[in-house]
Design a protein around this ligand. Structure first.
Ligand code: C2E
Ligand code: CA
Ligand code: CA
Length: 416
């Protein structure tokens, strides 16, 4: 891991490309740079539909050569809409085609910041964004920021980290049964920064325990507030395995539950399998005692690590969370369907609840529901939101009518 953390100053981006693998690739890169909302579109028409609803997209990455509506036509539409955000072209075309496209965009008075030649590398994207930097940290227009570990320590000292909450829907009764707490960095100048940008960096510098201490206490306090009206509510919290090194952790957590008047079963700790191995005996002891005291344990990102089966056998998980890479778009991928199906069978045999994360469309909702998942989480239901918004959302029950009408109005593809 580099000794600098690179963060992008755009909170919403849209990537338009007719290749699903390029969209997935950008999704991973942009999320990893802290971009909170990465929208993707397989064609120009879909992109314009997204722009109809999302008016805060600050950066568009657009392929030039696409069937039906090509990138040049997309630029014309953007100009007609007077799109003010930044644009990066993605292209496998000849340099002269690219140059003319850039000139055309300039003639349209669009804010083109450059082009990426396929095959695209992260380095290329970094260089392009770095070139557009105007060196002023106060300007929202600056594209790329570099932070050192001391900057992150300062941010921890200044209490700039907070949690956002994303609802989880129980598919058996279509109600919110719980939610996941997700870390956010509320940067004083850049605004909100996503977890993927700073968590791996904090982990690499053995500092993630400091974040966990702060956020877990926020999360437990919020849960006690929510449980007053919703006693069976479960809050999921992500824990890096580095934080499972205090043998008295189960006792500390239980004591805090008693203090707050909540039950251990109101909490689920989500652990990522690839981080589970360092000190086997200690981890096993802590996790087993957590279960004994009634806390839930979830194996997160299931399917993406190296020894899922071994961890499933060794550790006392009661929930399996299928990673979003298999869930998003599963309705059009045979291999994803097979992975979901076998994960569900496995989990049921082990008497575990199954959560599908990353449900973005009606089709995926339908599919994971038919395949026997118990709980879903994803943009189709709601994006992660500030704590107060979540409590309102939960208490006024508006989400129920919201969801119902959405499920009724969104027709699956192919039904007209
Ligand atoms: P995760 O545990 O797999 O969390 C789910 C991620 O998927 C979240 O990203 C969430 O915002 C995003 N997501 C939810 N629904 C959808 C969807 O429908 N489509 C797409 N494309 N994404 C969706 P986020 O908040 O950026 O968190 C990224 C990762 O950072 C988390 O992945 C988790 O591994 C880690 N993380 C987050 N908060 C904490 C924390 O407090 N402590 C630790 N140790 N890790 C955390
Ligand atoms: Ca998680
Ligand atoms: Ca995941």
């Amino acid at each position: 891991m580099s000794d600098k953390l690179t963060i992008m100053a755009f909170s919403s981006t849209l990537v338009i490309d007719d290749s699903r693998s390029i969209l997935d690739y950008f999704n991973i890169i942009l999320e990893g740079m802290g971009v909170l909302n990465v929208f993707t579109a397989l064609n120009g028409k879909k992109a314009l539909e997204i722009l109809d609803h999302e008016d805060d997209i600050e950066l568009i990455l657009c392929d030039i050569n696409m069937p039906e509506m090509d990138g040049i036509e997309v630029l014309r539409h953007l100009s007609e809409r007077n799109y003010q955000g930044k644009i990066i072209l993605i292209s496998g075309e000849h340099q002269r085609v690219l140059d003319s496209t850039v000139r055309l965009a300039e003639a349209y008075a669009l804010n083109i910041i450059g082009a990426l030649k396929k095959p695209i590398t992260i380095k290329q994207l970094h260089e392009l964004l770095a070139r557009t930097n105007n060196r002023s940290r106060n300007s929202k227009n600056t594209a790329l920021y570099k932070f050192s570990i001391d900057d992150l320590k300062d941010a921890l000292d200044r209490n700039e980290f907070t949690i956002y909450i994303q609802p989880k829907i129980n598919l058996h009764n279509q109600k919110i049964g719980g939610a996941e707490a997700l870390a956010r960095w509320q940067h004083p100048e850049l605004g909100l920064i996503g977890a993927d940008a700073f968590i791996p960096f904090l982990e690499a510098h053995q500092l993630v325990y400091r974040l966990t201490d702060v956020l877990l206490d926020q999360a437990m306090t919020i849960t006690s507030e929510i449980c007053r009206n919703n006693p069976d509510f479960k809050l999921s919290f992500n824990v890096s395995v580095d934080c499972l090194n205090r043998l008295n952790l189960p006792d500390l957590l239980l004591a805090r539950c008693i203090e707050l008047g909540v039950r251990p079963s109101n909490f689920i700790f989500e652990l990522t399998e690839s981080r589970l191995v360092k000190d086997f005996k200690k981890t096993l002891e802590i996790m087993t005692r957590m279960r004994l005291k009634g806390f839930g344990l979830s194996i997160d990102d299931f399917g993406t690590g190296y020894s899922s089966m071994e961890h499933l056998q060794n550790f006392p998980f009661d929930e399996l969370k299928i990673d979003k890479t298999f869930v998003t778009g599963a309705s059009i991928s045979e291999s994803s369907k097979a992975i979901i199906e076998s994960s569900v069978i496995l989990a049921k045999k082990l008497d575990m609840q199954v959560v599908a994360e990353g449900v973005e469309s009606y089709e995926d909702w339908q599919l994971v529901s038919e395949m026997g998942c118990d709980i879903i989480q994803g943009y189709m239901v709601a994006r992660p939101m500030p704590v107060r918004d979540f409590i309102d959302y939960l208490n006024n029950k508006k989400y129920q009518t919201d969801l119902k009408s959405r499920l009724l109005t969104i027709k699956p593809q192919g039904t007209g």
